[in-house]
Design a binder for this molecule. Structure first.
Ligand code: 5GP
Ligand code: MN
Length: 340
C-alpha cells in the first residue's frame, strides 16, 4: 500500500471510478463521497457513488444525491458489474470491509485499485493507496486536503464546499468535540469563502425534525433513560415496539445518545436499539475514556475514542444485561473518568 501522493500524478489514467462508503452513511460519509464525486467528474472521470444501504432524509438534500446508487435495491446486478469493471475504487470514511456489508466481497475481489481515505482507528490492509489520519476530525477534512493537493482551491465549487462542510460540521458535533482543531476552523473558514452556505446546511441537517421524532425523544428521556452516577454511565434501550409506536424513520434515533452524555458526571453514554435479529449499539464518551476499545472488546465494533458503535446478536433484554455486567467494574480498563 502506497501513500495517496503516489496516486496524484497518475490519477487521470483511471477513467471509471467508484466511490463507496460505510453502511447507514452519515453526513460525513455521504458528504465526503459527493464532494469527491463532484471534483472527479469536473476532471472528466466517469464516477459513480454507491452506498451499501439507504440513509436518512436529513442528508438526502446533499448536491448530487440523485445520482447515488444504493445497494440492496433493483440496481444490485448493475452495481456488482460496475464494481468489477471500474479502474479505481475510493473507500471513504471506513477502513474495515465489514463496514460495507453486502458490497464487501465484490470490492475485495474487484481487480480495480483501491484508495482508502479515512480517519478511523486500526485500518485493515485491503487498499493500494491510502490517505489515513486519525487526527482528522472528519473524512471530509481529508477530502478537502486531497482536492487542494491535486488542483488547489480553484477546484472547490459551492456544491463541493457544502458537501464537505456538512461532513465536518456533523463529525465535530458542530465544532464542539475534542477533534475540533484550529485547522478544522481554518479549513471551514476557507469552505465558507468558497461558497458553503452554513446556515442552509445546518438548517437542512438539524432543523428538519418530524413531530414524531421530537415526541420520541421526549418519551425516551422520560421513560427510557437509565442513569447510574456510580458507574458514570447513562443509557437508553429502545425496542422495535418503541420505534413502531412513534413511526420512526431511518436516522430518527441519531443524536439521542448525546442527551445522555450531556448529564453532569456522565462519562460514557450508550443507546441499544433493537432491530430484526440484532441490537445496534452506539457509544459516546467524554475525555480520555476509550469507547472504541469497549466496543471492540465486547460488541464486535469500533470507531473513534469518543464515538463508537457495535452490534449484539442477543435479545435486547440480554444485551442490556450483558452491558450492565460489563460496566460493573470497567472504568480503570478504558480510561479515566475525570473530565479534563
Ligand atoms: P454511530 O454511533 O453514530 O452509529 O457511530 C459512531 C462511530 O462509530 C462512527 O465513527 C462509526 O463509523 C463507528 N461505528 C458505528 N458502528 C460501528 C460498528 O459496528 N463497527 C465499527 N468498527 N465501527 C462502528
Ligand atoms: Mn467520519
Amino acid at each position: 500500500m502506497k501513500p495517496i501522493t503516489d496516486l496524484i500524478p497518475i490519477l487521470e489514467d483511471f477513467h471509471k471510478i467508484i466511490i463507496t462508503t460505510h453502511a447507514s452513511p452519515d453526513a460525513d460519509a455521504l458528504g465526503s463521497s459527493l464532494g469527491l464525486f463532484h471534483f472527479l467528474k469536473a476532471r472528466g472521470h466517469e464516477v459513480q457513488v454507491i452506498t451499501p444501504t439507504d440513509y436518512p432524509n436529513f442528508i438526502s438534500w446533499l448536491p448530487g444525491n440523485d445520482q447515488v446508487l444504493e445497494f440492496n435495491s433493483a440496481d444490485d446486478d448493475l452495481i456488482l458489474e460496475m464494481i468489477q469493471s471500474c479502474a479505481l475504487i475510493f473507500c471513504l470514511d471506513f477502513s474495515g470491509l465489514n463496514r460495507i456489508k453486502g458490497l464487501a466481497e465484490a470490492v475485495a475481489s474487484s481487480p480495480a485499485l483501491k484508495v482508502m481515505i479515512d480517519h478511523h482507528l486500526d485500518p485493515e490492509d485491503f487498499d493500494d493507496y491510502r490517505l489515513w489520519d486519525t487526527s482528522a476530525a472528519a473524512t471530509a477534512e481529508l477530502i478537502y486536503d486531497f482536492i487542494l493537493s491535486v488542483d488547489g482551491k480553484k477546484a472547490i465549487t459551492a456544491d463541493i464546499a457544502n458537501c464537505l462542510y456538512a461532513g465536518i460540521m456533523t463529525d465535530t458535533g458542530s465544532f464542539r468535540h475534542a477533534n475540533t482543531t484550529s485547522k478544522v476552523h481554518r479549513s471551514v473558514a476557507e469552505l465558507i469563502d468558497l461558497g458553503a452556505n452554513i446556515n442552509q446546511v445546518s438548517r437542512s441537517i438539524y432543523d428538519t425534525n418530524t413531530i414524531n421524532r421530537l415526541r420520541f425523544i421526549g418519551f425516551s428521556l422520560l421513560e427510557k433513560l437509565i442513569v447510574d452516577q456510580k458507574k458514570n454511565i447513562a443509557y437508553f434501550s429502545i425496542s422495535e415496539k418503541d420505534i413502531q409506536q412513534f413511526d420512526l424513520e431511518k436516522g430518527d434515533t441519531e443524536g439521542l445518545v448525546n442527551y445522555a452524555l450531556s448529564i453532569k458526571g456522565i462519562v460514557m453514554a450508550t443507546i441499544m436499539k433493537e432491530g430484526p435479529g440484532e441490537v445496534k449499539l452506539s457509544f459516546r464518551s467524554a475525555g480520555n475514556f476509550a469507547v472504541n476499545k469497549f466496543a471492540s472488546d465486547h460488541f464486535e465494533g469500533g470507531g473513534h475514542k469518543n464515538a463508537s458503535g457495535g452490534i449484539s446478536y442477543l435479545s435486547l433484554e440480554d444485551t442490556v444485561e450483558k452491558f450492565e455486567f460489563l460496566t460493573l467494574d470497567f472504568k480503570e480498563k478504558y480510561g479515566s473518568t475525570q473530565i479534563s
